[in-house]
Every structure is written in structure tokens, then in C-alpha cells.
Ligand binder design. Sequence first.
Ligand code: UP5
Ligand code: MG
Length: 196
Amino acid sequence: VTMAQPKVVFVLGGPGAGKGTQCQRIVKDFEFVHLSAGDLLREERAKPGSEYGELIESYIRDGKIVPVDITCSLLERAMQESGKNKFLIDGFPRNQDNLDGWNRRVASKVKLLFVLYFDCPLEVCTNRCLSRGAAGSGRSDDNIESLHKRFNTYTSETKPIIDYYRNLNLVQQIDATKSADDVYDAVKQAFLELGA
Ligand code: UP5
Ligand code: MG
């Protein structure tokens, strides 16, 4: 007996585009497990005695992408431990190193359904992250210095990954500037149409 091949949707978009917000809604209507790479890294960082805690913190504050073996191990472990087989992988893969590591370690074992891409201009994203920081998010990267760095990384390293998947015809682009409810209407429609 072979287990059904796990299904994956990657969720990408700029810092504060609304990836986490929309994933929380998707899991209420569809059978997916939400795995945020950033949340997994923050959890790992918070573990007492974590081998990678300091490295993760410095990468996150500088808006740099953590080496893929760390992130991929966390994702693979979370997928296994969930016991489920449909995953929203939020905020990954963000650069060529991430893509190469995923392709080397995981890609052949799962089916990538599509890439959900939240299109959101820099000003909107920045305002959302700054408001979240002002409201007490506790995130060490919700400040203007880190946001500049997160954006530079997003533009130079993550956009090319989105383009790579666009060329494979795998990108579902959503206008993420509207209200969370309106954005979710478009997301839900895409999931229903794609039979995800
Ligand atoms: N909000 C959401 N939707 C809204 C809407 N439609 N209208 C108005 N407000 C809206 O939303 C952000 C804020 O905006 C919230 O306050 C929300 O209420 C509001 P959220 O849903 O959290 O957006 P999201 O896109 O998830 O923003 P996030 O800050 O999580 O994005 P990042 O991609 O920057 O953060 P992530 O946690 O993925 O990564 C953080 C860092 O971890 C990276 O910079 C990197 O250093 C590291 N990392 C890696 O190294 N490797 C990885 O694979 C992943 C992360
Ligand atoms: Mg998030």
C-alpha cells in the first residue's frame, strides 16, 4: 500500500502582504495544514539551547534568508508530525538556495499544486508591518530598518523565484491590497476553481 503523495501549495508575497492572515482563513474552509516557515524559524529560535537560535535571530533581524537545510528540516519535520497530507507552505521558498534545497530534499516526494502569490505594493506592506509592530507584535523585524532589508531581499531574491514558477504556469496571483475579506473571496475562488 502506498500513501497518497502529499500536496503542497506555496504561499508567497512581500513582508506583510497577508500570507499568514489568508492561510488562517484557508485552513477553515479547506483541508490544509498551515506551515509558516517564518513561524517555524521563530519557534526554533525560542527553544532553550537551540543550536541555531542566534543565527536565526540575526538573519531575521537583517531580513536575510536562513540557509535552506535549517528551514527545510523544520518544514519536513512539521509535515511528518502533522500526520496530514495537504500543506500550505507560507513564506518559502524565498531564494535560489531555498529552491535548490527543496528540489534536492523534498520536491520529488510531494505534488506542488500551485503557488499562491499575494501581490502587494511596498508602501501597503510597510504600513501593515509598522502598524503591527506599533500594536506590539513583538517581532524583532517589524521596524523600519529591518523592513528596508526585508524588502531588498524580497525584490532581489524572492521575486525571481515567483518568476520561475510563473514560467512554469504555476502562479495564482491575487491582489492583496483590498480588505482581508475581499482578498479571501479571491483566494477561495482560486482554491475552488483549482479543486485544491
Ligand atoms: N493585514 C493582513 N491582511 C490585511 C489586509 N488585507 N488589509 C489590511 N491589513 C491586513 O499580515 C501582516 C499585517 O497586516 C497583520 O497585522 C495583519 O493583520 C495585516 P500577515 O498576514 O502577517 O502578513 P504576512 O505576509 O504573513 O507577513 P509577514 O510579516 O509574516 O511576512 P514575512 O514574509 O516578512 O515574514 P515571515 O515570517 O515569512 O519571515 C520572516 C523572516 O524569517 C524573513 O525575513 C527571513 O529572515 C526569515 N525566513 C527565512 O529565512 N526563510 C524562510 O523560508 C522564511 C522566513
Ligand atoms: Mg507571515
